[in-house]
Design a protein around this ligand. Structure first.
Ligand SMILES: Nc1ncnc2c1ncn2[C@@H]1O[C@H](COP(=O)(O)OP(=O)(O)O)[C@@H](O)[C@H]1O
Ligand SMILES: [Mg+2]
Length: 248
């Protein structure tokens, strides 16, 4: 009998620390963080403001480096990779979605979506074709030539998600993607993330809203730079944790 090799986690973090250098000296933000995330997972990163969530996401996205500890992305030790290799891996494996949408205001929606392909030598027609297909996927095909300020915040976030998908990433990192949206629009955006996850894309999404975290299958909670909770969503119920103890 042959056994198949167990695939490496998409993300493996071991003993990770991050200090920011400040005039007053090193400021520790992440402290002994350990986490493994496997292909196909949908993880909500939670915790109060200032607990280190964005710092952690920037490290996951190779936008920043840990002070110490190990980070392997798809089995590759990020610390050992040079700038070019990191940029390549980031371009091929990752899609980013931010709270503020980050669309370029003077560019049409299809050009915004196609923007990451400019750095990949993809011919212009091919870029346009793929951008339009992704705009159709997020329900905005009819706005391809429109500027970002002509559509709503929820629609802009859909465009940002389409842009994150243009390189067919295996992992999407989203830092408070519903933070600027009303609750109905937030639900629509979360339905879209759920659909992408069902297609097999691994999703790591920061939120401090318990209702939003319910869309994820696993909840990881930071407090003061440490992971204090890591459990499946059905065991993380925010209602349960705030209920007074029932005695009968
Ligand atoms: N570039 C920086 N230099 C110094 N301190 C920073 C920097 N970025 C964030 N911090 C501090 O690190 C802590 C964690 O910030 P952050 O990761 O943004 O938390 P969260 O996303 O959970 O709100 C906060 O105290 C914040 O002020
Ligand atoms: Mg943050």
């Amino acid at each position: 009998m042959t056994t198949l090799p167990i695939p490496a986690p998409v993300i493996e973090i071991l003993g990770l620390y991050k200090d920011y250098q400040t005039p007053a000296g090193p400021f520790p933000v992440l402290k002994d963080v350990n986490l493994a995330i496997h292909a196909g997972e949908f993880v909500a990163i939670m915790g109060p403001s200032g607990s280190g969530k964005s710092t952690f996401m920037n490290i996951l996205g190779c936008l920043d480096r840990p002070t110490s500890g190990a980070y392997a992305l798809e089995g590759q030790d990020v610390a050992q990779m040079d700038k070019d290799a990191t940029a390549r891996l980031r371009g091929q494996a990752l899609g980013f979605v931010f709270q503020g949408f980050n669309l370029l205001p003077r560019m049409s929606l299809e050009d915004n979506v196609a923007l990451p392909l400019v750095y990949c030598d993809t011919p212009k027609e091919e870029r346009r074709r793929r951008a339009r297909a992704l705009l159709a996927k997020v329900g905005l095909e009819q706005y391809a030539t429109t500027l970002p300020n002509r559509i709503s915040g929820g629609q802009q976030q859909r465009v940002a998600i389409a842009r994150a998908l243009i390189n067919t990433p295996r992992l999407i990192l989203a830092d408070e993607p519903t933070g600027n949206l009303d609750s109905h629009t937030s639900e629509e955006i979360m339905e879209l993330f759920s659909a992408l996850n069902r297609e097999g894309i691994t999703i790591v999404l920061v939120t401090h809203e318990p209702d939003i975290a319910l869309y994820a299958h696993r909840q990881v909670r930071f407090l003061d730079g440490r992971i204090v909770h890591d459990a499946p969503t059905h065991e993380s119920g925010h209602v349960l944790s705030t209920q007074p103890e029932v005695t009968c």
